[in-house]
Design a protein around this ligand. Structure first.
Ligand code: FAD
Length: 453
């Protein structure tokens, strides 16, 4: 269906996770009729949710999208915990703070995944033109014709329905994307890294206060593996250990586990608590991390994928959700520009987003090396200082990569192009400096010879 702005579309969103719930708000705001189908039961009604990360780092791209639907203040100012710097924990218990943005004082925010999802579902539900359906699993779809079959997980019955537009926000293992991949000339790749992750917890102190500096993202970089910790509203930290599966498997007794932690993360052991650490570790399993690239993100003028369904990435740049939220914002702008004409909006979305998503997937992969290893190196710290100095001197010209990714909405491919340009300048500057030093030394030495003669 190609429509003008005036007539509202029937939109089916598959997945009521972070991105699907936000997208429902955007479509509802435009006056379209939204039905959101979620596989799980309503998370607002269950006590405990098992699964991925408890808290997430929210930054500029995500914030911009939340602002547009009026939720930024609630989620960032009222709930988010600002993280102004990385706090690097050495094996000798030393602490080194590296500010994210010493020039403009920008920070990233730790937000609770469940709270965020609940706020987004509540916000979506407030629109009269949105209906939420839980326990509905998309099992098949004819994406060209907008037809879908859902399995009701309570009654085990199948239901058929249709929409003008199907939006797959059904995560890294998306059914909508799986159907797309069967189409001719569809490009798709997935990579599992050899490292998994496990979440642990540093509880709040007895007085309810934080056991470490609150406004930091804590990192224990150890080369082949690393541990990080993000603060929670209740004074605790969610701690995530990233390591090769081999390492996880080798820690198969309480003794081996504690020896490993005492050697690698000595300052964290008393905070984690030996008994609690052992209990948490052995009642959990390390989870895999996947990176997915595909192209295009749409099918004709009837279906589209967004969020992790379109670009799942490893979590080391803290951009998965932020990129997914930015998808919603960019899609909304395209609806505005093309007056809801799906035959124009959907290809324009693929055009605007595929390359950028691939770039951020690659950057996320690279940042794992930076986080677990490079932050320990002198060259990294020197480069960071140089970047900060040049950024301070030329704020509109020299924006460091991390800042452009986290604190701006510059398209990702431009962020990396900018970084390549900066590397070239630094390399040339270094050659120039070496040449000058060499020339001066030659001048001094030949001057001495002249004096001798
Ligand atoms: P999901 O959150 O996966 O939601 C998909 C939804 O679709 C789910 O509710 C699922 O039940 C539903 N669904 C699936 N299949 C079907 C079906 N067939 N029918 C109906 N419903 C279906 N990102 C950041 O920006 N910052 C961070 O700090 C950060 N940290 C992370 C840490 C870890 C350890 C991990 C693993 C990820 C992290 N991310 C982070 C990434 C972030 O979690 C994801 O990018 C984000 O959750 C994507 O949201 P989504 O809605 O696209 O997918």
């Amino acid at each position: 269906m190609t429509t003008a702005e005036s007539s509202s579309l029937k939109v089916a969103i598959i997945g009521g996770g972070l991105v699907g719930a936000l997208e429902a708000c955007f479509f509802a705001k435009r006056g379209h009729n939204v039905r959101l189908y979620e596989y799980r039961e309503d998370i607002r009604l269950v006590e405990e949710i098992r699964g991925r990360s408890i808290n997430l780092a929210l930054s500029a791209r995500g914030r911009a999208a939340l602002r547009e639907v009026g939720l930024e203040d609630l989620l960032v100012k009222d709930h988010g915990i600002p993280m102004r710097a990385r706090m690097i924990h050495g094996k000798d218990c030393s602490l080194t703070e590296i500010l994210y943005d010493p020039v403009n004082k920008n920070c990233i925010y730790s937000v609770n995944r469940r709270y965020l999802n609940e706020v987004l579902l509540n916000a979506a539900e407030k629109y009269p033109n949105v209906r939420l359906y839980f326990n509905k699993k998309l099992v098949s779809a004819d994406l060209e014709r907008g037809k879908m079959t859902f399995l009701d997980r309570k009654t085990s019955e199948e239901e058929e329905t249709s929409a003008d537009l199907i939006v797959g926000a059904d995560g890294a293992f998306s059914t909508v994307r799986r159907i797309m991949t069967k189409r001719p000339l569809y490009n798709f790749s997935q990579t599992y890294i050899e490292h998994g992750y496990m979440e642990l917890c540093i509880p709040a102190k007895d007085d309810g206060k934080f056991a470490m500096a609150k406004n930091n993202l804590h990192i224990w970089p150890r080369g082949e593996f690393m541990m990080i910790a993000l603060p929670n509203q209740d004074g605790s930290y969610t701690v995530t250990l990233f390591a090769p599966f081999e390492t996880f498997n080798s820690l198969n007794t309480a003794r081996k586990l504690l020896d490993f932690f005492r050697e690698q993360f000595p300052d964290a052991v008393p905070l984690l608590g030996e008994d609690k650490l052992t209990e948490d570790f052995f009642s959990n399993k390390p989870l895999p991390l996947i990176s997915i690239k595909c192209r295009p993100f749409h099918v004709q003028s009837s279906a589209l994928i967004i969020g992790d369904a379109a670009h799942a990435m490893v979590p080391f740049y803290g951009q998965g959700m932020n990129t997914g939220f930015e998808d919603c914002l960019i899609l909304d702008r395209l609806f505005e520009t093309h007056r809801s004409d799906l035959s124009k909006v959907l290809p324009a979305f693929s055009e605007a987003r595929c390359t950028d998503s691939h770039v951020i997937c690659d950057l996320a992969m690279y940042n794992y090396i930076e986080m677990r290893d490079l932050v320990n190196k002198k060259s990294f710290i020197v480069r960071k200082h140089l970047d900060t100095f040049l950024y301070w001197l030329l704020p509109n010209t020299w924006v460091p990569l991390y800042n452009s990714v986290h604190f701006s909405r510059i398209p990702f491919h431009k962020c990396t192009a900018n970084r390549s340009w900066q590397e070239k300048i630094i390399r040339r500057g270094a050659y120039f400096l070496i040449t000058i030093i060499f020339a001066v030394l030659v001048g001094i030495l030949s001057g001495q010879r002249i004096i001798k003669f």
